[in-house]
Design a protein around this ligand. Sequence first.
Ligand SMILES: NC(=O)c1ccc[n+]([C@@H]2O[C@H](COP(=O)([O-])OP(=O)(O)OC[C@H]3O[C@@H](n4cnc5c(N)ncnc54)[C@H](OP(=O)(O)O)[C@@H]3O)[C@@H](O)[C@H]2O)c1
Length: 443
Amino acid sequence: MTIGIGLLGLGTVGAGVARILATPQGRHPLVGELALRRVAVRDLQRQRPIDLDPSLLSTDPEAVVDDPAVDIVVEVMGGLEPARSLILRAIAVGKPVVTANKAVIARFGEEIAAAAAQRGVYVLIEAAVGGGIPIIEPLKQSLGGNRIQRVSGIINGTTNYILSRMADEGAAYGAVLADAQRLGYAEADPAADVQGGDAADKIAILASLAYGGVVPRAAIPTSGIDRLDARDVAYADQLGYGVKLLAVAEQVGVASDGTAELDVSVSPTLVPRDHPLAGVHGVNNAILVEGDPVGRVMFYGPGAGSGPTASAVVADILNIAGIRQVSGGRFPGQPAPLDPLLAAGSWRTCRLVDPAVTQHRNYVRLRTSDEAGVIGRIGTCFGEAGVSLQSIVQFQPQGGGDGSHAEIVVITHRVLESAFRAAMAAIEALPAVQAVAACLRTL
Ligand SMILES: NC(=O)c1ccc[n+]([C@@H]2O[C@H](COP(=O)([O-])OP(=O)(O)OC[C@H]3O[C@@H](n4cnc5c(N)ncnc54)[C@H](OP(=O)(O)O)[C@@H]3O)[C@@H](O)[C@H]2O)c1
């Protein structure tokens, strides 16, 4: 029984999907039942990395969705619109959707889920987070019996590539970014990657699955690596840490009405060298899930790219095709259980707590005048605010310095954010402190 596929987009991911569909030999037999019926692109004249019958291509994505020969709509065009409207249009006509579009799911997942639940169609999103790494289905299904304590991940390959090279070569952020753009690891406009927005989209999706409710994307505190100084990477290394752009979602409490109280954030973070996430280098991604009673489970692999992302997209297509096969050629009228993005309403409400009441370890680099007693005064400010310190170290300023200033690096224990901010305000007011040069999280 042939199943018609309509592709919206034939770029990096779309071409990877088309390539798998065109080469079913040696794959699951269901791949041979999938037939690419129509493909929406923007530019019919563009050279494509894959040889496709030109009559399949169209510049009218709505026509692809509406085509009666298309049974499953695969949205891999990216962007918010028209992607969101096309997904909703497919749902409205009862067609299941597979999408890799984290930006749409992070912002409109609730709307899409409600429409899908009402119409009784599947929307599967394995490729939206972690590229080729299976993480969506494990969170939805395989880890469903756990109370999830924390999901933390390196979920942006571009920034991990840049950070890995900064650490290995001692190179400056700007120089590595330019090189990454030249090599195709970073977009011409890298803002979504380097400012942390892409990772925030993905952690919003992971947190909504892990905690069973909608996590407000716009409320996630996000800082990227675009202002990271190479010397902090070097100092972190000397202190036994690597610097990673970490996206973290942690349950910090449960309100009396059952609301999950979450601390969700994206920030450059010092990761101890013996932590499992510290060994994730280059464009690879990894997601560490900590749950009760499972303990720690880590998912690791290629977080982007044509082949890996297409692998996840085609897995979703096969899931839907398999369900159709076992249900006698029809798609069943009800979406899968255990899927908060699809179930009729989430099973829980989630709320992000006020950042002031969250607790973290911190790394601070201070530029101070080089005089006796400065470290003591800084230590007193932390102590008076109730911030306990793990270490306080004076480094030789880069280039040896001219004797007029010193660099002091502090790593705190896990402390209340409001106490940390109070200490930092007092420290900034010290006459000997010239600048708070860097402030990063520490795992
Ligand atoms: N690239 C990755 O490694 C990766 C990994 C995970 C998830 N994703 C997600 O997958 C999606 C696709 O990413 P990509 O890297 O494959 O993007 P891409 O290379 O830019 O490809 C986008 C494709 O969509 C087509 N398109 C865009 N707007 C269109 C419109 N309005 N009408 C018709 N066609 C349109 C483009 O047509 P033309 O070719 O004619 O311009 C192009 O073929 C995004 O949501 C992205 O976030 C990507």
